[in-house]
Design a protein. Structure first.
Length: 127
C-alpha cells in the first residue's frame, strides 16, 4: 500500500535541503561551525518549524554555533521564502539535536560490554 504524505512532510524535506544549502553557501558568520540539519519538524498548518541541528565540537562550539544560527533566523527565513514559494513563511526555531552523541555513547557501551564478555569467557576457559 502506498504511503500518503502530508504536505507538511514534503515541505519539511524541501526546507531541510534548502536550509542546509543556505548555511553552507550563504551564511558567513564565523560563529557557525560544522553543523548538520538533522530534521525539520513542521506543523501541519506550516506556521512553525523546529529545525533540529547536530553540531560537531565542544559544548562552547555548540553554543556559539546555535547563537549564530539564531541570529541568522531572519535571513534564513527570507531565503526560504525566496526559494520555496509559500503563502506564509513558518517561524523558525533551531534546536540542538544530540542524537548522534547519544548513538556514539550507546555504541561505546556495547563495545565495552563485548570486551567484558570476552574477558569473562577467557577466565572461564582457563579454569
Amino acid at each position: 500500500m502506498l504511503r500518503q504524505y502530508k504536505r507538511a512532510d514534503r515541505v519539511s524535506d524541501l526546507m531541510q535541503q534548502e536550509i542546509s544549502d543556505i548555511i553552507q553557501k550563504q551564511i558567513k558568520d564565523p560563529r557557525i561551525g560544522f553543523c548538520t540539519i538533522m530534521r525539520v519538524d513542521l506543523s501541519d498548518d506550516l506556521s512553525h518549524a523546529k529545525i533540529r541541528v547536530s553540531i560537531m565540537g565542544s559544548e562552547d562550539d555548540q553554543k556559539r554555533t546555535l547563537a549564530g544560527l539564531k541570529s541568522a533566523c531572519g535571513f534564513i527565513r527570507r531565503e526560504i521564502g525566496r526559494r520555496i514559494e509559500l503563502r506564509n513563511l513558518p517561524e523558525i526555531v533551531f534546536i540542538l539535536d544530540k542524537s548522534i552523541d547519544h548513538s556514539i555513547r550507546i555504541a561505546q557501551l556495547i563495545k565495552e560490554g563485548e570486551e567484558e564478555n570476552k574477558d569473562i569467557n577467557l577466565k572461564v576457559d582457563e579454569s
